[in-house]
Design a binder for this molecule. Structure first.
Ligand code: IPM
Ligand code: MG
Length: 356
């Protein structure tokens, strides 16, 4: 197959991980007779430096024209002082919205080799951690109206959190469909005891539940969900939730699996053109030191093969290679354990390539 991939190298330590992911993609292409071509696109801090805009229209157009987009991570201290609508993060939000990527899939599963790295007690981990956060990605408070203004002699800021029925229904469907392919349990996480948007979420999701009688559907308040994720994560299969709750819970979910440096994500909309990115940040503290863990980015590339290109066998091979390298005891600093061998980003890429 021939596929064109838009590459966003990202900021700080991010280019280091994207470089390794591209090596892996090239190896897969060579092995399976595919042709992957790459179009470089700029978004985030790099785009601010180059164009004075975190996502110029031309860069968005390149991404939309590609078969899918692979991204590292964006942002860093250099751009922290900028006003909200000029920050690197704004580029990412505009990219997600501009590509219509309403469904963000963030898996939380324990790698048996890293079980000791989980901050949870062994008896909790042993019950199993394998769930997915399906996060609504282009609605809610991230995309509502934001303003800061003077009122009664002080500053006042307002962020609004809008959701329409159709926005909830399309992500709700993804939640049910995802559950159908797994253990058939779906939990709607919300704050329906306080928020109107959450009450609308429940209404729409409860209606949808009628179409999926095989799915065991439940509802949980987000504060309780945050607690349950660290108390007994084995109870979850698929969580469907709005944008900001999903942002917060997916970080918690990744942490209990041992390292945020291991968690990939996919973002999809109505077409197969998706955005694939690790859920971690750009790790400015270790940028340029060849220390960053490339695995989440490499696994994001695997997700791209699986979900956008229909290359399940190729994705399986990448995941198996990562697992084999972990079996050998090779670790980057973030997942380092006693008795293992500490290696850098490039060496981790080398090791994974060697298994392919
Ligand atoms: C994430 C990140 C982003 C988000 C930031 C960088 C805007 O935290 O992908 O989880 O909040 O969505
Ligand atoms: Mg986040």
């Amino acid at each position: 197959m021939e596929k064109n991939i838009a590459l966003i190298y990202g900021d700080c330590a991010s280019p280091e991980i994207v470089t390794q992911a591209v090596r892996v993609l090239d190896k897969i292409a060579e092995k399976h007779g595919h042709t992957f071509t790459y179009t470089r696109a700029y978004m985030g801090g790099e785009a601010i430096d180059k164009f004075g805009d975190p996502l110029p229209q031309a860069e968005l157009d390149k991404c939309r024209a590609a078969d899918s987009v692979l991204l590292g991570a964006i942002g860093g201290p250099k751009w922290e002082g900028l006003p909200g609508d000029q920050r690197p993060e704004k580029g990412l939000l505009r990219l997600r919205a501009g590509m219509g990527l309403y469904s963000n899939n963030r898996p939380a599963r324990i790698w048996p080799q890293l079980a000791d790295a989980s901050p949870l007690k062994k008896q909790i981990v042993d019950r199993g951690i394998d769930f997915i956060v399906v996060r609504e990605l282009i609605g809610g408070v991230y995309f509502g109206e934001h303003k800061t203004f003077h009122q009664d002699g002080e500053l006042k800021a307002v962020d609004t959190m809008p959701y329409t029925e159709h926005e909830i229904e399309r992500i709700g469907r993804i939640g049910f469909e995802t559950a159908m392919k797994r253990r058939k349990k779906l939990t709607c996480v919300d704050k329906a005891n306080v928020l109107d948007t959450s009450r609308l979420w429940r209404r729409v999701l409860e209606q949808l539940a009628g179409e999926y009688p095989e799915v065991e559907f439940s509802e949980m308040f987000v504060d309780n969900a945050a607690m349950q994720i660290c108390k007994d994560p084995s109870q979850f299969d698929v969580i469907v939730t709005e944008n900001m709750f999903g942002d917060i819970l997916s970080d918690e979910a990744s942490e209990i699996t041992g390292s945020i440096g291991m968690v990939p994500s996919s973002s999809l909309g109505a077409t197969s053109c998706g955005l694939y990115e690790p859920i971690h940040g750009s790790a400015p503290d270790i940028a340029g030191q060849d220390k960053v863990n490339p695995i989440a980015c490499i696994l994001s590339a695997a997700m791209m093969l699986r979900y956008s290109f229909g290359m399940a066998a190729e994705a399986d091979e990448i995941e198996a290679a990562v697992s084999a390298v972990l079996d050998e005891g090779l670790r980057t600093a973030d997942i380092m354990q006693e008795g293992c061998r500490l290696i850098g980003c490039t060496a981790m890429g080398d090791a994974i390539l060697a298994k392919l």
